[in-house]
Design a protein around this ligand. Sequence first.
Ligand code: COA
Length: 196
Amino acid sequence: MTPDLVTKPTLEGALVVLRPFREGDAETMAEILSDPEVRALTGSVETTAEARQRQELDDRLRDWYATRNDQVDRLDLAVQERATGRLVGEVVLNEVDPDALTANMRVLVGPEGRGKGLGTEAVGLVTAYGLERLGLRRITLEVFDHNPRARRVYERVGYAATGQRADALVFDGLSIGATDMAVDAATWRGWPPRDT
Ligand SMILES: CC(C)(COP(=O)(O)OP(=O)(O)OC[C@H]1O[C@@H](n2cnc3c(N)ncnc32)[C@H](O)[C@@H]1OP(=O)(O)O)[C@@H](O)C(=O)NCCC(=O)NCCS
């Protein structure tokens, strides 16, 4: 089965709704992408000074979010907090290999949404969608070693370490490693995880 990435689903959880991007989201995403923690932990910048700079709401960013639903080889979904209806982040399946049935997953949640279980549920929902509905065999990701919170989230959803890379990023002149993680359809426990 070829993964259907043309369909952009809305995925409902207890705490978040994952939904396609829509008009007006670029403004909020510019705020979220201006957060220094998001900038530093996603590897977008290499110094604290750069992390403190704002993400400009320019034509490139507007165009990026205006065209997410037209992409046929990846899935980009907005993470909306159910309680407030606020857009708090995004979750993405990209680098999809339709033959090997693999994809990469990435997530970011801005300061307004963090530490409330929203990131964990967003990762759980998109992983379930990828493995159960798109028919992917394996989803992989990379997490920097200075991001134990993200690693904890991935482990709770069912991802396990598969490898380690030294010098994945230089931040403020310090070398930071990264861990490769993966979850497989064959051993997937579902979301929320079924007891084994
Ligand atoms: C990583 C991210 C998506 C997690 O989303 P979140 O909504 O903040 O996370 P949750 O509230 O669902 O869960 C956080 C978990 O990490 C734990 N945690 C928090 N700080 C931690 C730390 N320093 N070390 C280890 N675990 C930590 C929490 O206790 C919680 O686990 P629990 O539910 O078992 O108690 C979000 O924080 C984020 O986007 N951060 C900035 C960008 C980023 O790091 N993106 C990922 C790049 S790989």
